[in-house]
Design a protein around this ligand. Structure first.
Ligand code: C5P
Length: 307
C-alpha cells in the first residue's frame, strides 16, 4: 500500500453579485452569480486507508459531519466510482472557513478532495471530467475547482472566467450561527409570493451580470466595485436575521467601502481600500461585538493547490 499523502489548500469565495431568477422545475433557482475566490482556506489531506473515513479539526470543526455525508467524502466516493476503484482513503479536513456561512466552505472541501484524490490515485483526470463530477456534488463546487473570478449561470455551475485586474481586499464577519441554503432560497420565494411577484423560471427572465460590476472587476476599480456589489438574497435574510443588518451597518460605520451578505449568509463581507484598511476594519468590526469572529482576505486567488 502507498503511504504518501496529498494535502490541498482550497479557497473560499465571495459572490460580488448574486442575482436570483425563478425556480426551475428541478427546484433550483436560475442565478447570475459573480464569484471571486479569496485567500481564506481549508486544508484537505488524503492518505491511503482500508476504507473511506473523515476527520475534521481546526476552529470550524464543530458542526461538520465526520462521516460519508461530508461533501469531501462524497467527492472522493464519486470520483472513485467513475474510475472504477474503491474510495479507500482517509480525508483529514483542517477547517478554518465558516460552516453554513455562504463562503462555500463545504464546496471548497469537496473541490480540494477531488484534486487531492485525483493526485493520490494517479488518475490524471482531465479538467472537464473533474468539472462534471464537481457539478454533480453541488452548485458551487465547479467554481471551487476553478478559482479566480468567474460568472456562474444556470444554478451557478455553468462557468465563464472573468477578467479581473489587481487585488481586492476584504473583511468577512463570521456570525455566531449558520444558515441553511435551501431555507434561504425558500424564504426568498415566499417573499416573492407575498409581494405578488412571479417566482418560476418560466415567468422571470434569466438574471444577468451587471455590466458596471464586470467593468469594475476588469479595471480593478475598488470604488466602482463598491458601488456595484449586490446580493438579491440580502433583504430577505436580514429581514429574518436582523442582527446581520446590524453587522452590515457596523462594518459601514467602521469604514468599509461597501458591505453585503456573503452568498446565502450568514457571513457578511466588507470591501476595503487596501490591506492596512482591511486590518483596521477587521479590528473595529470585532470590537463592535456584532460578529463572532473576523477573517481578512484578498482576492482573486487561484483554485485549490497541492501544498
Ligand atoms: O447545489 P447545492 O447542493 O449547493 O444546493 C443546495 C440547495 O440550495 C438546493 O437543494 C436548493 O434548495 C438551493 N439552491 C437553489 N438554487 C441554486 C442553488 C441552490 O435553490 N441555484
Amino acid at each position: 500500500m502507498l503511504t504518501r499523502s496529498v494535502t490541498v489548500r482550497a479557497p473560499a469565495k465571495v459572490n460580488v453579485q448574486l442575482a436570483v431568477g425563478g425556480r426551475r422545475p428541478d427546484g433550483f433557482h436560475e442565478l447570475a452569480n459573480v464569484y471571486m475566490a479569496v485567500s481564506a482556506y481549508d486544508d484537505i489531506t488524503v492518505s491511503p486507508s482500508d476504507r473511506l473515513t473523515v476527520t475534521v479539526s481546526g476552529p470550524g470543526a464543530e458542526g461538520v459531519p465526520a462521516d460519508e455525508t461530508n461533501l469531501a467524502a462524497q467527492a472522493a466516493a464519486l470520483l472513485a466510482k467513475h474510475a472504477g476503484i474503491e474510495p479507500a482513503v482517509h480525508i483529514r479536513i483542517e477547517k478554518h472557513l465558516p460552516v453554513a456561512g455562504g463562503m462555500a466552505g463545504g464546496s471548497a472541501d469537496a473541490a480540494g478532495a477531488l484534486i487531492a484524490c485525483d493526485a493520490l490515485w494517479g488518475l490524471e483526470s482531465d479538467r472537464d471530467h473533474l468539472m462534471s463530477v464537481a457539478a454533480a456534488l453541488g452548485s458551487d463546487v465547479p467554481f471551487g475547482l476553478m478559482g479566480g473570478t468567474a460568472l456562474g449561470v444556470g444554478r451557478g455551475e455553468l462557468l465563464t472566467p472573468l477578467a479581473c485586474a489587481g487585488t481586492f481586499h476584504w473583511v468577512f464577519a463570521v456570525a455566531g450561527f449558520g444558515l441553511s441554503t435551501p431555507e434561504v432560497y425558500r424564504a426568498y420565494e415566499r417573499h416573492r409570493r407575498q409581494m405578488g411577484s412571479p417566482f418560476t423560471a418560466a415567468d422571470i427572465p434569466a438574471p444577468r451580470p451587471s455590466p458596471a460590476l464586470l467593468e469594475a472587476l476588469a479595471r480593478g476599480d475598488h470604488s466602482a466595485l463598491a458601488a456595484s456589489l449586490s446580493n438579491d438574497l440580502e433583504p430577505v435574510v436580514t429581514a429574518f436575521r436582523p442582527e446581520l443588518a446590524r453587522t452590515l451597518a457596523a462594518g459601514r460605520a467602521a469604514g468599509a467601502l461597501a458591505a453585503l451578505l456573503c452568498g446565502t449568509g450568514a457571513t457578511t463581507a466588507f470591501l476595503a481600500r487596501d490591506e492596512p484598511a482591511a486590518a483596521h476594519l477587521a479590528r473595529r468590526l470585532l470590537a463592535s461585538g456584532s460578529c463572532a469572529s473576523v477573517l481578512a482576505a484578498h482576492g482573486p486567488v487561484t483554485g485549490p493547490r497541492p501544498i
